[in-house]
Design a binder for this molecule. Structure first.
Ligand SMILES: Nc1ncnc2c1ncn2[C@@H]1O[C@H](COP(=O)(O)OP(=O)(O)OP(=O)(O)O)[C@@H](O)[C@H]1O
Length: 257
């Protein structure tokens, strides 16, 4: 046991971010940010463009040099981690990162490379998300919402303790968003934790147990959706951000993202 390692206890959060700071040259993109995610909890990071949300994600995944402490189940994560699976984490990407000339099943089994029963596990994961009918289709043939579902299946196939979702609702219509919300709730109900970054405020308000609001790299508010909805600092941070009408950009806290 090294000096950073502690024994997990029942009271340890699934994820604990303490005084996280990330600098890019002279820019402090994330400034002394602290928050936690408990087992079975869905926590959303929101904030205007450039607030530091993706940078927090990348730091949690240990892809960036940062100051501060990041703990998973009470244990400090190593500063350089070659594989997310080793941390018990999995994430989806804004750009999805699927291989379009491969089939859905081939994509979903990729994180399981080297496992003897990889095909069975990937097949079961597709069934869990009602995607079995797409298993042999090439990703290039799929609609965007189906691709997003496949990316989610690939993130879940390693059975992560903590699932990180980067703008999961982006580009989806209301029906697909409702399905996504149910899937995320099911993931949390199974004991896993979810941290998501999202611009679609209505989706977040409906789904998240707690919300952390960032602006210019700092936490400006935290609380339940009801607490955040009525927080004047949050409203102020979102003021002046033009609505795009496509449901993906903040336009105040009352309407669609
Ligand atoms: N690799 C980098 N090098 C330099 N600056 C960066 C880098 N990545 C991010 N930044 C800057 O850090 C700040 C936070 O960026 P970040 O992408 O984390 O914000 P965000 O809240 O995720 O924004 P968005 O909602 O637009 O995705 C921004 O000012 C951004 O320009």
């Amino acid at each position: 046991m090294n000096s950073h390692t502690t024994h997990p206890t029942h009271s340890d959060p699934r994820l604990e971010v303490d005084q996280l700071t990330v600098r890019f040259g002279g820019l402090t993109a994330v400034d002394n940010v602290s928050f936690d995610v408990q087992p079975s909890e869905v926590v959303a990071l929101i904030g205007p463009n450039g607030a530091g949300k993706t940078t927090v994600f990348n730091a949690v995944c240990r892809l960036l040099r940062c100051a501060g402490t990041i703990k998973i189940d009470g244990t400090v994560t190593p500063r350089q981690t070659p594989k997310l699976g080793g941390l018990g984490l999995s994430r989806t990407l804004q750009g999805l990162g699927l291989f379009s000339s491969m089939t859905v099943l081939e994509n979903v089994r990729l994180p399981l490379v080297g496992k003897l029963n990889a095909i069975d596990i990937a097949t079961a994961q597709l069934a869990e998300l009602d995607l079995s009918h797409l298993a042999d289709r090439q990703v290039s043939e799929l609609s965007y919402p189906d691709r997003k579902r496949v990316a989610l299946a690939r993130a879940l196939v390693t059975d992560p303790k903590l699932l990180l979702l980067d703008e999961p609702a982006g580009g989806l219509g209301n029906e697909d968003i409702a399905t996504l919300s149910q899937t995320v709730r099911d993931v949390a109900a199974s004991g896993r934790s979810v941290l998501l970054v999202e611009h679609h405020v209505d989706f977040v308000m409906d789904l998240a147990d707690r919300i952390v609001v960032l602006d210019f790299g700092k936490v400006i508010a935290r609380g339940t959706p009801d607490e955040i909805r009525t927080n004047p600092r949050v409203e102020e941070a979102y003021l002046g951000v033009a609505a795009t009408g496509d449901g993906t950009s903040p336009a105040g806290m009352g309407g669609t993202a």
